[in-house]
Design a binder for this molecule. Structure first.
Ligand SMILES: *Cc1c(COP(=O)(O)O)cnc(C)c1O
Length: 396
């Protein structure tokens, strides 16, 4: 039986041509024509003339360099959405700063702007200093309430780094996600909207900032005929080979995004007839998600067959037994699924991070599941997944 995966990479067929060119011209290095062209193609894709894009070795590196470019120092505090993948917050630790974790609102599942405002006021009261950056995340592609977040950021004069690693091709009020804050993040890891086999990019507000980020991405080498350094840099540039894959992927990025949206609509349409299983959907048309992964939540009255009653949890907080049983049942039927991101404030590694928690992300983590959504998922497979879900659940 063929297994259906969450989000498999899908090649356009053009990738090898760009890689071949790189080999033929001996540009097998972390710079070159593919890197420059890929950056220009990404910039064009944002539809924003002003921004500049720097191609890097990962999305995590992009967040790290945004913090470096903002001059975040050891001991500084950075407000980070708690409901996310660890890579949103790890770079805060890399620069020796303190992630302050902020919970979500229920409409987009992203950073709650009201809680953010309260949290910043409280940090200023407790520490006597302003946090140095705000990192909201567009979880599963869904844009956060950016107007409200930017208003809070503006009120305190704190720069925003949009973690849009999952949101390539999402728009908020018609604007490309990742171009609304000071910096925006792209990821081209194997399971993201497009892949370079591993890679990322930072969207910068202008050319000067791009040059500064490139400087830090290339070991902070000074412009002398010999090696001269006054600052600590990083080796974060994208290779010309990876960028060749990226250029091939850019020929199909619009189709990929459309396919993810199509799959999400199909899930929503078909699951409308399955009471108690709800697709997470944009609160309005202003939130134009790429639906990188379709996510569903189970109502409390949905019971799943074959729940293991004496199942021993791995940790003291995990999805409820019905969600675990549904995932196990799907797995048996050859369907990959995954619980939602476990909120960062529940991870031991962030145990000493200050947190502002309202219960929303913990509740979602208990009841949510990600379903296969990638470019390889066909309509027939979505129907099969939904039929399997129907077979697995019983209502009480
Ligand atoms: C994937 C991801 C990243 C990191 O991107 P990499 O390219 O894997 O380093 C950061 N934040 C979020 C929310 C992600 O999903």
């Amino acid at each position: 039986m063929k297994r259906i995966y969450l989000c498999l990479a899908h090649m356009s067929g053009q990738e090898q041509q760009y890689i071949q060119e790189a080999f033929d011209t001996n540009w097998v290095v972390p710079l070159g024509p593919n890197v420059n062209a890929f950056e220009q193609e990404l910039k064009a894709y944002t539809g924003n003339e002003e921004v500049e894009v720097v191609a890097l070795s990962s999305g995590t590196a992009a967040i790290h360099l945004a913090l470096v470019a903002l001059g975040i120092q050891p001991g500084d505090e950075v407000m980070v959405q708690s409901f996310t993948f660890c890579a949103s917050a790890n770079p805060v630790k890399y620069v020796g700063a303190v992630p302050v974790l902020v919970d979500s609102e229920p409409d987009t599942w992203n950073m709650d702007p009201v809680l953010l405002d309260e949290a910043i006021a409280d940090r200023i009261r407790v520490t006597g200093r302003k946090p140095k950056a705000i990192i909201p995340v567009a979880l599963y592609g869904m844009p956060p309430k950016m107007d409200e977040i930017m208003a809070v950021a503006g009120k305190y004069g704190i720069p925003v780094v949009e973690d849009t690693a999952e949101a390539l091709g999402s728009y908020y009020k018609g604007r490309f996600c990742g171009t609304l804050g000071r910096f925006g993040v792209m990821s081209f890891n194997g399971n993201k909207m497009i892949t370079t086999s591993g890679g990322g990019a930072l969207i910068c507000p202008d050319l000067e900032t791009k040059q500064r980020v490139m400087y830090f991405a290339t070991q902070a080498r000074q412009p002398f005929p010999y090696y001269q350094h006054t600052e600590i840099g990083y080796n974060y540039r994208m290779s010309n080979i990876c960028a060749g894959i990226g250029r091939g992927q850019m020929t199909v990025v619009r189709e990929h995004v459309e396919h993810h949206r199509h799959v999400a609509r199909l899930y929503q349409q078909l699951l409308a007839e399955v009471p108690g299983v709800k697709v997470h959907w944009a609160p309005s048309e202003e939130f134009d998600s790429n639906y990188w992964l379709t996510t569903v939540v189970l109502d409390a009255d949905v019971k799943v067959r074959e729940v293991v009653d004496n199942h021993r949890p791995h940790t003291d907080c995990e999805p409820n037994p019905n969600v675990m049983a549904l995932a196990a049942g799907l797995d048996k039927a050859g369907i990959e699924s995954r619980p939602l991101w476990k909120p960062l404030h529940l991870h031991p590694v962030f145990a000493d991070s200050p947190r502002y928690v309202n219960g929303i992300s913990e509740a979602l983590f208990q009841v949510g599941l990600c379903l296969p959504s990638g470019p390889m998922v066909s309509d027939e497979e979505v129907r099969y997944i939904i039929d399997t879900i129907k077979e697995l659940i019983i209502r009480q």
